[in-house]
Design a protein around this ligand. Structure first.
Ligand code: ATP
Ligand code: MG
Length: 387
């Protein structure tokens, strides 16, 4: 519909980039990017009856919302001059698709398709896709010097798609690896996390260790390849990252520094620190221990830790806790501070301690978690002088 509208208005239009790559691999594309000969004002005019997002306007991009989904429509363009091996300062619109494809990073990302015009594949993207090869468009050294983030993208695509990196492209990436210092940590981090979840993450990590040494916090205390291997044995980005970091740095404090250096989210950072702190814990296979641990650290974290430690029985207990909705936290306790105040427990420190004690006893099954039983249980503890 979008392509047709643009063509009807007299402008060539194609799907381009990642969506063409994914569609050719029989994967459902994450999003559909469109490129066209129409200029931004013309795009806006053609889609004036749609909701538009125009914050990408200076790069020639108008986002059109169709059926609540965003479609980025970008005018054919080349990039202006690159400063500091980062994004170009300016962009220039060009007349045809060829110029637009030439600015793209890898041959498999430099294909366009339209039902009307068929494929525009100037750089052999389909051939490289079929052969499983990541190869720069044009001179790889020049392309990495223009934008060093492409080095990380190269590694990411290779790991996620399970592709080989063409030899000149690989050599150029190694040669220009120091330029990664000019790239914002957040952007490197995004690519690194995607890479880590890739199917050939281990192969890529171990083969390109020298590039990773440019972006990761140094020094490594553990062996890099062994850490990469251990990480790849787990599944999911978070678990892999936490294992990798622990095996590289050993100390929770060092893990924290490493996560912060890559500007990881706060959640990811504290998760990695948590795993590092508990990496050598023995997880007793008993439900009381698991309930207390869930209370202290949360279900999600305990599940990850158990996965990492391959504690199958403990995972079974977590499932039981979930299914039976077993009480593990103060919030789930069916007695409140107000109820305790009614039986004469003063607010503040004493109250906090009393609640903790009752929670502990519920978990140890000394009382059930029903309001009436809890109130009489609390009374007994008060009489015994225990709270
Ligand atoms: P994903 O599946 O992760 O979205 P993608 O290939 O669509 O992969 P995007 O970052 O969405 O990646 O970029 C869309 C397209 O823009 C790419 O396919 C590529 O053609 C081009 N591109 C993106 N980043 C760069 C870059 N740094 N240098 C050159 N071309 C780029
Ligand atoms: Mg994309």
């Amino acid at each position: 519909m979008i392509l047709q509208r643009l063509e009807t208005a007299g402008f060539e239009a194609y799907c381009v980039g990642g969506c063409v790559r994914d569609a050719l691999m029989n994967k459902t594309p994450f999003d559909w990017d469109i490129c066209t000969a129409a200029k931004p004002e013309q795009i806006m005019h053609i889609f004036e009856d749609f909701q538009l997002v125009t914050n990408g306007l200076k790069h020639g991009t108008v986002t059109v919302i169709v059926d609540r989904k965003p479609y980025e429509i970008t005018t054919f363009r080349t990039d202006g001059e690159y400063l500091d091996n980062r994004r170009p300062e300016s962009v220039f619109f060009v007349k045809n698709i060829e110029g637009d494809l030439a600015r793209r990073d890898f041959t498999v990302n430099a294909m366009a398709f339209s039902p009307l015009h068929g494929f525009a594949d100037l750089f052999g993207g389909r051939k490289d896709l079929a052969a499983g090869i990541i190869k720069c468009v044009g001179d790889p050294e020049k392309r990495f010097m223009e934008d060093a983030l492409r080095i990380m993208r190269m590694l990411r695509f290779a790991a996620v798609l399970g592709f080989e990196i063409e030899s000149k492209t690989a050599a150029a990436a190694i040669k220009t690896k120091k330029l990664l210092k000019n790239i914002a940590a957040e952007r490197i981090c995004t690519e690194f996390l995607k890479l880590l979840d890739g199917k050939t993450a281990y192969e890529i990590l171990s083969e390109y260790e020298e590039i990773f040494a440019e972006i990761l916090f140094l020094p490594f205390k553990g062996d890099f390849k062994a850490a990469a291997k251990a990480a790849a044995e787990h599944s999911g980005t978070k678990n892999r990252l936490a294992v990798l970091f622990h095996m590289l740095y050993f100390e929770p404090q060092e893990v924290k520094k490493a996560a912060e250096a890559l500007k990881m989210s706060r959640d990811m950072t504290s998760f990695c620190v948590f795993v590092s702190e508990h990496f050598d814990d023995k997880i007793p296979a008993n439900i009381t221990y698991m309930r207390k641990a869930v209370g202290a650290y949360g279900k999600e974290r305990m599940l990850s830790l158990c996965e990492i430690k391959n504690a199958k029985e403990a995972i079974g207990f977590l499932e039981t806790i979930e299914q039976k909705k077993l009480c593990c936290t103060l919030k789930e306790l069916n007695i409140s501070g107000g109820d305790l105040a009614d039986i004469g427990i003063s607010k503040g420190k004493r109250m906090g301690k009393a609640l903790e004690r009752i929670l502990n006893d519920v978990i140890e099954e000394k009382t059930d978690n029903e309001k009436n039983s809890l109130v009489s249980y609390a009374r007994r503890l008060v009489e015994a002088g225990e709270i």
